[in-house]
Design a protein around this ligand. Structure first.
Ligand code: C5P
Length: 225
């Protein structure tokens, strides 16, 4: 199952919940781009000097450790879940994500995991570039102001001011522009606009879609036997 959409559309948290409810594992493709970026940062070489070959070499230090319902990104064996969410990685990840060699590396890692486990994969192009035959494709969208507000509530743990939301909205819209080429809605993806949905409604809706897709698959198998 593939869940795609722009930054802060709630893909990762939704994918995590949905995977838990279905007994699948969540794979966060963005975490692989972030971990490759983190590995390059750890070398101390300034980002202006990074070549695709250099970043790909650093990416070899990245591994995904299977957990019960997800995979933890590791660099040189260390858990980097927190480190890769920091501003240093967020500031450089778009540069790395534009390198075709790194996109191929991420896509190969994600495909490899999906051959061994039932997965919910989230990203920008999972339903197009990586799993064109996914059993279910969802494309999540939400109004930029609402995405910024949710992100700030999560980060600050309180109600943000309008000025704070406006600043964050501007950053998000800039990130959307930087990621625009690789953010692609598959023609057969189901568009879910979460602007007016709570987290629970959003998850319930996607779990219902996933169960419907699984029923259709089973009927196909039974019908064919
Ligand atoms: O999803 P997240 O914001 O953690 O992704 C980090 C960055 O990785 C994105 O801003 C984007 O540049 C890149 N990315 C991508 N394709 C994906 C997932 C993430 O280009 N499938």
């Amino acid at each position: 199952m593939a869940i795609d959409g722009p930054a802060a559309s709630g893909k990762s948290s939704t994918a995590q919940w949905v995977a838990g409810q279905l007994g699948f594992r969540h794979v966060d493709s963005g975490a692989l781009y972030r971990a490759a970026t983190g590995a390059a940062i750890r070398t101390g070489v300034p980002s202006a000097e990074w070549t695709p070959d250099f970043v790909l070499e650093q990416a070899q230090r990245v591994a995904l450790e299977p957990r019960q319902t997800s995979f933890a990104p590791r660099i040189d064996g260390a858990d980097v879940t927190e480190e890769i969410r920091g501003p240093a990685v967020t500031g450089c990840v778009a540069l790395v994500a534009q390198m075709p060699m790194i996109r191929s590396w991420v896509n190969a890692r994600v495909r490899d995991v999906a051959t061994h486990f039932d997965v919910v994969v989230d990203g920008r192009d999972m339903g197009t570039a990586v799993f064109p035959d996914a059993d279910l494709k969802v494309f999540l969208v939400a109004d930029p102001w609402e995405r910024a507000r949710r992100r700030l509530v999560q980060r600050l743990g309180r109600r943000p001011t309008d000025d704070e939301i406006a600043d964050e909205t501007e950053l998000l819209v800039r990130r959307d522009a930087a990621d625009a080429t690789q953010t692609v809605q598959a023609r057969d993806a189901i568009l879910v606009d979460t602007t007016a949905l709570t987290q629970t409604e959003q998850v319930d809706r996607i779990v219902a879609l996933a169960r419907a897709a699984l029923r259709t698959l089973r009927e196909g198998v039974d019908g064919g036997s």
